[in-house]
Ligand binder design. Structure first.
Ligand code: CTP
Length: 211
C-alpha cells in the first residue's frame, strides 16, 4: 500500500516557500492503519510535525516534483495507492538562488502549474486500486465526482473543508465516499484514525470484488 500525506513546499527563494494548511494527519492515520492490518506500507510525505507511523517505510519529500518522482518509483509495485497529500497546484516559475531583497512596494510572483500526480497515476494504472481525496469549499459532490472520473479513480474521499471538524489540521473529518457509477456514501464526523479504518474496509471490499 502506497500512501501520500502532508503538504508540499514550493521554494520561492532559499528562505521562503508556498505551501498549504495540510497537517498530514489523515495520510499518516491511513499508513498506520494499513500497516496494523499487515500491509507492506510506503508513506511518501511532505513536511509535517508528525512522527513516522510504526512499520511503514517513510520517504520524505518537499516539492510536488519530488513527490511525483517518489510516487512513480513505487507505483508499479503497489496494489493500492491512497493519495491523501495536499499537493501544491502551482510552484514559483523560478526559485531565486539568493534571498529576495525588499525593494519595490509591489512584488509579483510568477507561478507555473505542477504535475497532477494522481491524474498521471490514473492514466498509468494497470490493476492498482487508486484512491484520491478531494478538498472542496463548494459544490462538493459535483467537484469530487468530476475528479473521480477525470483521474480514473476507484474511490474518492470528498471533504468539505469549510465544515467545523473537517479537513486541514483537524483531528476529525466529515466525508462522503464516491464511487464510479455514482454511488455515494455519507459518513458522520469521526476521528481521522476511525475514518482511516473505514476507508481501509471499503478498499478491502473493492479488492475482494476485483479478485
Ligand atoms: N493531486 C495530485 N497532484 C496535484 C494535485 C492534486 O496528486 N498536483 C491529488 C491529491 O493528492 C488528491 C487529489 O489529487 O488526492 C485531489 O486534490 P485536490 O487539491 O482536491 O484537487 P485538484 O485536482 O488539485 O483540483 P482543484 O485544486 O482545482 O480543486
Amino acid at each position: 500500500v502506497l500512501v501520500t500525506a502532508g503538504p508540499t513546499r514550493e521554494p520561492i527563494d532559499p528562505v521562503r516557500y508556498i505551501s498549504n494548511r495540510s497537517s498530514g494527519k489523515m495520510g499518516y492515520a491511513l499508513a498506520a492503519a494499513a500497516a496494523a492490518r499487515g500491509a507492506t506500507v510506503t508513506l511518501v510525505t511532505g513536511p509535517t510535525e508528525l512522527s513516522s507511523p510504526p512499520r511503514a517505510t517513510v520517504v520524505k519529500v518537499e516539492t510536488a516534483q519530488e513527490m511525483r518522482q517518489a510516487v512513480l518509483a513505487e507505483f508499479a509495485g503497489a496494489d493500492v495507492v491512497i493519495k491523501a497529500a495536499a499537493v501544491a497546484d502551482y510552484r514559483p516559475q523560478t526559485a531565486a538562488t539568493q534571498k529576495i531583497k525588499k525593494r519595490a512596494d509591489n512584488l509579483t510572483l510568477a507561478l507555473t502549474k505542477n504535475p497532477d500526480i494522481l491524474a498521471e497515476l490514473g492514466a498509468l494504472k494497470s490493476g492498482q486500486l487508486l484512491v484520491g481525496f478531494a478538498a472542496e469549499t463548494e459544490d462538493l459532490l459535483a467537484h469530487a465526482g468530476e475528479k473521480l472520473a477525470r483521474k480514473n479513480l476507484d474511490l474518492i474521499v470528498a471533504n468539505d473543508v469549510t465544515l467545523a471538524g473537517a479537513g486541514f489540521g483537524a483531528d476529525t473529518n466529515i466525508v462522503k465516499l464516491l464511487y464510479p457509477g455514482g454511488r455515494v456514501e455519507e459518513l458522520p464526523l469521526m476521528a481521522k484514525e476511525a475514518l482511516a479504518d473505514v476507508i481501509l474496509d471499503k478498499i478491502g471490499d473493492l479488492l475482494a470484488k476485483k479478485h
